[in-house]
Ligand binder design. Structure first.
Ligand SMILES: Nc1ncnc2c1ncn2[C@@H]1O[C@H](COP(=O)(O)OP(=O)(O)OP(=O)(O)O)[C@@H](O)[C@H]1O
Length: 245
């Protein structure tokens, strides 16, 4: 099918938790090398959507393909091509940065070398530090490094720079720009409009579990008759941009 040629295809995804409709008939396709931002207020369904795309949650309805693979039925193959950084990384606290990198590297046939990865995320001088002794921002950068260790062709990054100081945020943005240059396909869940405007080719806006807009950042701004993406978000969703939960 022509549609399956995109890097990620999600069709008519739906998910309820008891009486709560978390995701309601969401369809998306992300082209190879594209960076797609997912924006939405707290509870809009962003994390549930990306977890279904990654195969971590079973959709009640709809289907997902990542590079033509079914992420639930072809888990082992998908794991080789998909890197995922989730909101709360739960890593072994007593292990050092280097030990964690080596542990994760063992899953992949051609992992990025530890030294290159540490430099990529600016943690070279923390390589012998235990996870529990890292600052929040350093832990976050490590979780991004672990998502990228297997040279994924598709990366899902949830709240990439939340909690990072401006310098660390810029370092992470530079990393994403490198991924963009390498034509890695990226889905980026974010609350930071500046980040989305700078990095994303297109933006999906979720509201109450539904996809309410899908366009370039400039297209969304124009459609809303707004001055910037912040204003467009408010105009199109009727909500203020929020801090992460
Ligand atoms: N495990 C769960 N059990 C029950 N309800 C859930 C669960 N996970 C999410 N929800 C509910 O589903 C809806 C969508 O949640 P989701 O985490 O996908 O939204 P989000 O857009 O990622 O939000 P945030 O910006 O706050 O991270 C919310 O109403 C949330 O309360």
């Amino acid at each position: 099918m022509e549609d399956e040629s995109a890097a990620v295809v999600a069709r008519n995804l739906g998910k309820r938790y008891g009486g709560t409709v978390a995701v309601d008939d969401v369809s998306l396709r992300v082209e190879t090398g594209e960076i797609l931002g997912i924006l939405g207020a707290n509870g809009a369904g962003k994390t549930t959507t990306v977890e279904m795309i990654a195969g971590l949650r079973r959709p009640d309805r709809g289907h997902v393909r990542v590079l033509g693979l079914d992420p639930r039925r072809e888990r082992a193959k998908v794991r080789q091509v998909l890197g995922i950084q989730l909101q709360q990384a739960s890593l072994h606290h007593a292990l050092t940065v280097r030990e964690l990198i080596e542990m994760f590297a063992a899953f992949y046939p051609d992992p990025r070398p530890a030294g290159e990865l540490l430099e990529f995320v600016g943690l070279t001088s923390q390589r012998a530090t235990r996870f529990e002794k890292l600052s929040g921002g350093q832990q976050q950068r490590l979780s991004i490094a672990l998502a990228l260790i297997g040279r994924p062709r598709v990366a899902i990054l949830d709240e990439l720079t939340t909690g990072l100081d401006p310098r660390a945020r810029r370092q992470v943005w530079a990393m994403i720009e490198r991924l963009r240059d390498e034509e890695v396909t990226v889905i980026l869940v974010s609350h930071a409009m500046e980040e989305v405007e700078r990095l994303c080719h297109r933006v999906a806006l979720l509201d109450g579990g539904r996809l309410t807009a899908l366009d370039t950042p400039a297209g969304l701004v124009a459609r809303a008759g707004a001055g910037n993406l912040d204003e467009a978000f408010v105009a199109l969703s009727g909500k203020e941009p929020e801090e992460p939960a």
